[in-house]
Design a binder for this molecule. Structure first.
Ligand code: HEC
Ligand code: HEC
Length: 202
């Protein structure tokens, strides 16, 4: 009897350590309280926010306060996106801090989309006018909610610049007036160069 019990408890201990080891092996994205709440986002933004697409922004490693603001802007319709609006509303309902915290805590995964070196070189020169806010390499400034542009897919970056220029990103937002005025001075073909430059930065 005692021996059987001892054997049983040893088996339980052995099993527990196997489960524990397995748990340690998969430790990472699944551990965060925001993981379950972010499940639907991966359809477009990639697993754990590591977008592999040229049009969908990388969320992994993005500043939490910036993500939260973006979700609030989409949900209220201030930043117009028919694709994002329902998911932003869902994130707000489930807990926007958990969702934002989840993506912010993931390791940044730069886009796999490569840029033409000549475009990168032209973009580096053109980026001088943006450095005052975004920094020379595009690192941004979380304290001012200026986003990090490094490693984002070039297609996404270029599209957002076009939206600013046409006043279609958060139309009428007084805080974005200076950015939009500046974008209007940038020729359309330069946006591809700027996007190539920032996208290639790490
Ligand atoms: C159907 C596809 C789709 C799904 C699902 C989706 N997104 Fe998006 N997301 C987009 C698109 C497209 C954009 C760019 C929209 C624009 O032009 O502003 C975007 C932009 C964003 C941005 C802005 C990033 C930036 O750099 O400003 C954030 C933050 C974001 N999504 C978070 C989420 C979260 C969190 C979820 C899940 C709750 C989610 N998304 C689900 C398609 C999607
Ligand atoms: C006055 C400061 C300022 C200047 C100058 C500025 N930006 Fe920005 N930029 C911002 C802020 C703030 C945001 C975020 C806006 C928001 O919250 O919707 C932003 C957003 C962006 C985005 C969208 C990023 C994303 O993840 O969605 C791109 C792309 C961008 N800027 C590129 C540029 C380029 C290129 C220039 C130079 C031609 C430039 N910016 C000049 C402050 C600035």
């Amino acid at each position: 009897m005692t021996t059987n019990l001892t054997r049983l408890s040893m088996a339980v201990v052995a099993l527990a350590s196997v489960v524990l080891a397995a748990g340690v092996a998969v430790a990472g994205p699944l551990d965060h309280p925001g993981y379950v709440k972010s499940a639907t986002c991966s359809a477009c933004h990639g697993f754990a926010g590591a977008s592999r697409s040229d049009t969908m922004p990388v969320l992994a490693g993005m500043d939490a306060a910036y993500i939260k603001k973006a979700l609030q802007d989409y949900a209220s319709g201030k930043r117009v996106s028919p694709e994002m609006e329902p998911f932003a509303k869902q994130a707000l309902q489930l807990g926007v801090d958990d969702v934002a915290g989840y993506f912010a805590s993931q390791k940044k995964a730069p886009t796999p989309v490569t840029a033409d070196p000549a475009a990168v070189a032209r973009g580096r020169t053109a980026a001088a006018t943006c450095a005052g806010c975004h920094g020379a390499d595009g690192k941004g400034d979380p304290s001012k909610q200026i986003p990090d542009l490094r490693g984002q897919p070039p297609g996404y970056l270029r599209n957002q610049m076009m939206l600013f220029k046409a006043d279609r990103r958060s139309p009428g937002d007084a805080n974005l007036k200076a950015i939009k005025t500046l974008m209007k001075t940038v020729p359309d073909q330069t946006f591809a160069d700027l996007a190539a430059y920032y996208s290639s930065q790490r």
